[in-house]
Design a protein around this ligand. Sequence first.
Ligand SMILES: CC(C)(COP(=O)(O)OP(=O)(O)OC[C@H]1O[C@@H](n2cnc3c(N)ncnc32)[C@H](O)[C@@H]1OP(=O)(O)O)[C@@H](O)C(=O)NCCC(=O)NCCS
Length: 151
Amino acid sequence: MIIRKFKPTDLKRVYEIENMSFNQSYGINMFQQLYEMGVGFLVAEDEGYVIGYVIFWIKYENQGHIISIAVDKNYRRLKAGTHLLIKAISILSMLKIDAIYLEVNENNTAAVEFYKTFNFKIDRVVPGYYEDGDGAIIMYLPVERGKISTQ
Ligand SMILES: CC(C)(COP(=O)(O)OP(=O)(O)OC[C@H]1O[C@@H](n2cnc3c(N)ncnc32)[C@H](O)[C@@H]1OP(=O)(O)O)[C@@H](O)C(=O)NCCC(=O)NCCS
């Protein structure tokens, strides 16, 4: 498995993975726009086949943000998500940021468990955050001058 930069030819496949992973979709145009905006956009590739992606950026001057991460259902629990997030965190933590934030559906226990393995902490819960009325758990990972906090 390799982690590499997203290419426009990956668009359909990334959209497919997003569709099988979330109830609400960003839509294919949004991925194209995010790419054109120059956000961090990486894919995991297994023998030439894209099996996952991560999108991230700097939301505020001192805050990294994971916009989206997903792995194809048939390739989960094989550490693709871990490799993608490690790379995203290592890129973000080279910048002058205090923390990396993300939102996760309050019912998405798999993702919460996944983020906890990286030491992400729960900041707060925002009721009714998603269109379907589900709340979001806001999680963050403190970053200290290029180092990731382990406490
Ligand atoms: C969350 C997601 C990206 C994880 O990707 P993955 O490649 O399957 O994760 P990994 O194999 O790297 O898992 C690393 C660790 O995270 C935890 N974890 C991952 N999936 C889990 C699950 N379903 N239940 C409990 N813990 C889980 C485990 O500790 C796992 O280590 P282990 O397999 O040795 O026990 C994947 O489940 C996914 O695409 N989900 C749908 C989209 C999504 O919810 N994205 C996050 C939105 S905020």
